[in-house]
Ligand binder design. Structure first.
Ligand code: APR
Length: 313
């Protein structure tokens, strides 16, 4: 059987770490794509990664390119094309600059990679993944946004550190848009089955919720640019679920057609990812407070999607 082909659109910080993980896990051959001005940079990164893989006896190929033809026939496409945040910027501030980029990527994805399972990471995430699906006309099952896996990992980490617990024992999920209104679902959160409220004081928990919501901004403040190790790891978990038909239940930005009361919108919800892509969207029970937070988050996402819909092009 031929090796799987994984196109990484954007060879910057997240793209490089995505490639590194694909190589380390031998998920398939990697095409590291960037704009012509960055082609030699992409080629250099690709060569460096192949040499790193060679040390462990890895056979997968990494190709750096700015030619869309090289991405043709990809099984998975992960999109990080765009500009990351700088300190003081919100994700939504990126809509103007990243919208033409996602449209360019969408047109080429449609032409060259019509069968790929597409994972979008570019921000503002929920609006960019919406536009990618709208512009390509790809099936909703094949286009998904990476946010919830990352936000849930941040929430889980902060809880584990506060409780002195093992990460392995914490089950937590963050839903909603990938912004400061995201919704940690406290009613479903447990430490090895013990409900979270029994384990932590209210003020400590609300500080952790707040830190999770601003988790991306915390890193931008420290590094001057967006996080890349954890976003890449989150997207690779999603890609592995698809390639390995794992049926994993993961919080991802999925296209809603009435689930949770929302239509024609991408937002973080629990989904099952397997060989069919997004095979199922799960509607879990939420309490009234969580429903209210989800409504606020959906309204924020909708306002950015409205900007996208109005922008010509
Ligand atoms: N096609 C392909 N690649 C592009 C295009 C395009 N039309 N336009 C820009 N790029 C490339 C840039 O040249 C750059 O190499 O996308 C890459 C982005 O890399 P970084 O600047 O290092 O940004 P990164 O940290 O990887 O984040 C990328 O993901 O999490 C989001 O907010 C983040 O939107 C940002 C994106």
């Amino acid at each position: 059987m031929a090796r799987k082909k994984i196109a990484l659109i954007g060879a910057g910080n997240i793209g490089g770490e995505l490639a590194n993980l694909c190589v380390a896990k031998e998920l398939g051959d990697v095409v590291l794509f960037d704009i012509p001005a960055k082609e030699s940079f992409a080629k250099g990164k690709a060569l460096d990664l192949e040499q790193s893989s060679a040390m462990n006896g890895g056979d997968v190929r990494v190709t750096g390119t700015s030619k869309w033809e090289d991405c043709a026939g990809s099984d998975v496409m992960i999109i990080t094309a765009g500009i990351p945040r700088k300190p003081g910027q919100s994700r939504d501030d990126l809509v103007g600059v990243n919208l033409p980029i996602i449209r360019d990527v969408a047109d080429n994805a449609k032409k060259h990679c019509p069968n790929a399972f597409v994972i979008v990471i570019s921000n503002p995430l929920d609006a960019m993944v919406y536009e990618l699906k709208r512009r390509t006309g790809f099936a909703a099952e094949k286009v998904v946004g990476m946010a919830g896996v990352l936000d849930s990992a941040r929430f889980t980490l902060f809880l584990a550190r506060e409780l002195g617990a093992s990460i392995k024992d914490i089950r937590a999920m963050v839903l909603g848009g990938h912004g400061d209104d995201m919704v940690p679902v406290l009613s479903n959160c447990t430490i090895s089955g013990v409900p979270l409220p029994q384990m932590i004081a209210k003020d400590k928990l609300s500080a952790i919720v707040d830190r999770t919501r601003k988790g991306g901004g915390e890193i931008v403040g420290l590094m001057g640019t967006s996080a890349y190790y954890a976003p890449a790891a989150a997207a690779i978990a999603m890609a592995e679920a698809y390639l390995g038909d794992q049926k994993r239940l993961l919080p991802c930005a999925a296209y809603l057609t009435g689930e949770y009361g929302y239509k024609d919108l991408y937002m973080g919800v629990p989904v099952v990812i397997g060989a069919g892509g997004v095979e199922k969207i799960l509607e879990i029970p939420l309490n009234d407070e969580e429903k209210g937070m989800l409504a606020k988050s959906a309204a924020s996402v909708q306002s950015v999607v409205d900007v996208v819909k109005k922008a010509a092009g």
